[in-house]
Design a protein around this ligand. Sequence first.
Ligand code: PEP
Ligand code: MN
Length: 339
Amino acid sequence: MIIVMKAGAAQKDKDEVLRRIKELGYTSHVIHGTTRDVIGAIGDERGKAALQALDSLHGVENVVPILQPYKLASFEVKREPSVVRISDNVAIGGSQVVIMAGPCSVESEEQILESALAVKKSGAHILRGGAFKPRTSPYSFQGLEEEGLKLLAKARDLTGLPFVTEVINPETADMVAAYADVLQIGARNSQNFALLKKVGQLGKPVLLKRGMAMTIQELLMSAEYIMSEGNQSVILCERGIRTFETATRNTLDLSAIPVLKGKTHLPVVIDPSHGTGNHHYVAPMCYAAVAAGADGLIVEVHPDPEHASSDGAQSLKPIKFDEMMKKLRLFADAGGRTL
Ligand code: PEP
Ligand code: MN
């Protein structure tokens, strides 16, 4: 249920609503709007009637059920788009299209520092790089783990770029959160509910990828797992889904952008690298994503893709990334966004 407060309702009225929600055994989430606050009361659907009675409290405009199964992620509970702050000068979901770029995996100090300097020079806002890699084969490179996180932190010190890196299990999540600016939940883990709950408790923004066989509703339910633990800083990422098509690694569902924008206030970013699996197709998908209203992109860039430990075929060389960024400005501009 959503308790919509009157515009200018007093703090003591809100406190009373919060007290009553708690008393009824529900968890409350206050969402501050531009003109009024709304309070989400989340919990067992069966006790809805008791919550409806809060209607009569002072300062309450009305009490309405949230019709969607995802509640906190829903437009019903928050009409304005959410802006997720990453650092002092980077936020996702505002007028700026935010570019995350870097290698699939952190491989060495030289490789990550060179990548970070290159993507920064071309205008990227956030560095990406995997330290823990969820590989399909147990024999593939699994990542440098904590050493990789230290190298990412070094790249941040050098360039000032915050970084996003993947967290693959609840056991190592605290360690990753101690270094990272944004926690990535990969496609293979996006319905790992224990992991989603864990990152919901960590107080760092989360980049949640869509699983390869996941519907949009399921993606929003996974976001709900994170948000219901108290972390509202969730960024959704479409990275391609599995279809019958074999010409691309996955089928990049760009229609997810307007669909999600009609259902949720959370920012939406596109990953054209995993979405296509081929560096030739990355730039056109970047342009299309921004034209369709994406709030950001996450792009794999490697100084020497031929020798990359993972995902070389879909990684852009820095020079190609630079060319893409120059052209992308035109698309951002046409869509009324900055880059
Ligand atoms: C990655 O970002 O390198 C990655 C493993 O992505 P995904 O989970 O989308 O496959
Ligand atoms: Mn990758």
